[in-house]
Design a protein around this ligand. Structure first.
Ligand SMILES: *Cc1c(COP(=O)(O)O)cnc(C)c1O
Length: 360
């Protein structure tokens, strides 16, 4: 019996989520964010399944080249631009679009000898304070780009710090800081990530940049009507490889962190943190065995974890287990593991084969 641990990737669900993004975007164009191997889902497979995306967004040139080399035709945006000048010849050759967020990039770009001018996304720091030009430097950078023969179109962008917090006023603040910084400048604008697109209509400008929502997870930690329409793309599956009955007083797993108070039936599942299942998931984290909800017991190991089968007397070796996905949202698991759904799906390791299906 081969180890059954798999991540099923439902490409129909991906397309459904993309259509929702497209619908919310209104007339705006959509940069589908596929950085970090499409949040663990497989960048090339995901990009191939989104022929309707206007552009793909990645974190670095290596990720961009992977798409281009596999025949993806849409333009590709490097969300952090280039890290050193030596990348520019390749960027020039392929025609990547680049974010410019800092002075050293600006100097490099202006000094470069390019065959074709590049489309530049000039990044404004509207309050995230991670990347981007301050209000004043933003305008100066814009002017210098506009005067350069190395620059074709200039697009204006910023990024939200707290758009996933529905009650935070800071997003509104960031939008107005951005609008202020852009006043009088011409160029298409872009603000919204998934949370912006789902919950902040004033953030949907000429281009939107959804990532997480394409993969069917909600960026919010509370119920949200529109986010509820998303369908999970990744379903993480394994099976039970051992079962035992334990009397009261016996503990399970490393560190003996969970101890039985009555007779229990314990199932061992062939998945662990070596596959990307979060080690910080605590006793009680929901797990589906034969489609029925039960709970994690004790500490997650590298290759295995243990679940409570006391109320599932018919469950046995070989029975299917779902860790998240269909019927059990990654959002719920993220809460139990004190993390966010982004890290769960992105953290799937190479050991887990991705199986691509079209849902039916
Ligand atoms: C990752 C990223 C996004 C997508 O964010 P989600 O919250 O996953 O939708 C959008 N814009 C930029 C600049 C990013 O780095």
């Amino acid at each position: 019996m081969a180890r059954f641990t798999r991540a099923h990737i439902d490409l129909d669900a991906l397309q459904h989520n993309f259509s929702l993004a497209r619908e919310l975007a209104g007339g705006a164009r959509v940069v589908a964010i596929v950085k970090a191997n499409a949040y663990g889902h497989g960048a090339v497979q995901v990009a191939r399944s989104l022929p309707g995306a206007d552009m793909f967004g990645v974190a670095c040139i290596e990720e961009g080249l992977e798409l281009v080399e596999c025949g993806i035709r849409q333009p590709v945006l490097l969300l952090e631009g280039f890290f050193e000048a030596s990348e520019l010849p390749e960027i020039d050759r392929v025609g990547f679009e680049v974010v410019i967020h800092t002075d050293s990039q600006l100097e490099c770009l202006l000094a470069a000898k390019l065959k074709k001018p590049l489309t530049v996304w000039l990044k404004h720091d509207s309050g995230m304070h991670r990347l981007g030009f301050s209000d004043q430097d933003f305008r100066q950078a814009y002017q210098r780009l506009q005067d350069s023969a190395n620059v074709a179109d200039i697009r204006l962008m910023s990024h939200f710090a707290s758009a996933d917090e529905l009650n935070s006023a800071f997003t509104v603040d960031q939008v107005s800081r951005f609008d202020c910084a852009c006043e009088g400048l011409t160029g298409a604008t872009s603000l919204a990530n998934s949370a912006g697109l789902l919950a902040w209509p004033q953030a949907c400008r000429d281009w939107v940049r959804p990532g997480l929502m394409l993969y069917g997870c909600s960026p919010f930690d509370q119920q949200h009507e529109t986010a509820a329409r998303l369908q999970p793309v990744m379903t993480l599956r394994s099976h039970i490889l051992a079962v035992r009955d334990l009397p009261p007083g016996e503990a399970v797993g490393y560190g003996q962190t969970w101890r039985a108070e009555q007779n229990v039936r314990v199932g061992t599942v062939a998945i662990g943190y070596g596959d990307g299942y979060p080690r910080h998931a605590t006793t009680g984290t929901p797990v589906l065995v034969n489609g029925q909800r039960t709970r994690l017991l004790g500490t997650v190991s590298m290759d295995m974890l243990t679940v409570d089968l006391t109320d599932l007397p018919h469950a046995g070796i070989g029975d299917p287990v779902i860790l998240w996905g269909n019927g059990l949202s990654a959002n719920e698991i993220a809460v139990c593991a004190n993390t966010i759904p982004w890290t769960l799906v992105t953290g799937m390791t190479r050991r887990v084969p991705r199986i691509y299906t079209n849902g039916h």
